[in-house]
Design a protein around this ligand. Structure first.
Ligand code: ADP
Length: 265
């Protein structure tokens, strides 16, 4: 059934991630502390969604007379957790490839609007939050020509947007905007969520860094998303910055050089 294949896929992903990290990143993680941090993160971040998937599937298959709404709750829990594992696996595999220097951006002349809008399809607001969390996309009417790896830029927006959603626990809104100035294109992702303390802001882009606020609120995460964002932006000759106030919200802005030739219409 769909449920069982979800389970199988999740387990395969978990194993692939564990293997890839075990083999490929061991060299880079030379200190015991880094290894401990990795093992802690992994065991928690893999176990939590997997435990939830296994539990939900057991309930679903064990009780054939379950009410339809209860059944659909459990199904959406399974898919949410499988998505979380998938996104984590993608981040970890990207990072492993970057470490191996196997990854360089595949840059082509593209309309940046397409890369930004692709993330809209990829990030889903969890069903139980649809009523109180609005996500707005705002892109120019004209093409925005950049020389970029569109899939990598999509991942940048994906990671920033997933964070904006995750770290806006109550009702709120998230704005993804694409704007241009004379030489640069700017992608900004703004939320009115929990915000980030000033002392945390300069560490955000480090691998495995998570703020204590994030941990206190038990928001799931690995501390890898922003380190990947930073690497991708740097590989494009771009810049990233964060403006944030605790309790008010955060805005992450990515500047990418514009291609000088206007894309012909
Ligand atoms: P993760 O979300 O998996 O923990 P990231 O590297 O994406 O890892 O983010 C690092 C940390 O930065 C997060 O743990 C969180 O504390 C903080 N953070 C990132 N984005 C936001 C945001 N939009 N609002 C508040 N805190 C954020």
């Amino acid at each position: 059934t769909g449920m069982q294949s979800f389970l199988v896929v999740s387990v395969v992903i978990a194993l692939a991630v564990a293997t890839s990290l075990g083999l490929e990143r061991q060299r880079a993680l030379s200190t015991h502390r880094a290894k401990d941090a990795l093992i802690n993160t992994l065991s928690h971040e893999l176990r939590t969604p997997l435990t939830s998937i296994v539990g939900s599937v057991e309930l679903l298959t064990g009780d054939m007379d379950m009410a339809a709404d209860e059944r659909s709750d459990l199904q959406s829990r399974v898919s949410r957790n499988a998505e979380r594992l998938l996104s984590m696996a993608d981040n970890m595999l990207t990072l492993a490839a970057m470490d191996q220097r196997e990854w360089t951006p595949d840059r082509r002349l593209t309309d940046l609007r397409e890369c930004v809008l692709a993330a809209r399809e990829a990030v889903a607001v969890p069903a139980e939050r649809v009523s109180d969390l609005r996500v707005h996309f705002d892109v120019p009417d004209e093409p925005v020509p950049v020389v970029a790896d569109c899939r990598a830029i999509e991942r940048v927006v994906f990671n920033l947007l997933s964070n904006a959603i995750k770290y806006t626990p109550g009702p709120g809104s998230v704005h993804v905007r694409l704007t241009t100035s004379e030489f640069a294109a700017r992608i900004s992702v703004a939320d009115d969520g929990m915000g980030i303390a000033r002392e945390d802001q300069r560490h955000l882009f480090e691998r495995f860094y998570r703020t204590s606020t994030a941990k206190q609120h038990v928001v799931p995460g690995t501390g890898l998303g922003l380190s990947i964002v930073r690497s991708i932006v740097a590989a494009h000759g771009g810049e990233i910055r964060v403006d944030s106030v605790v309790g008010v919200g955060s805005t992450f802005s990515v500047d990418l050089p514009l291609h000088p030739v206007t894309v012909s219409r």
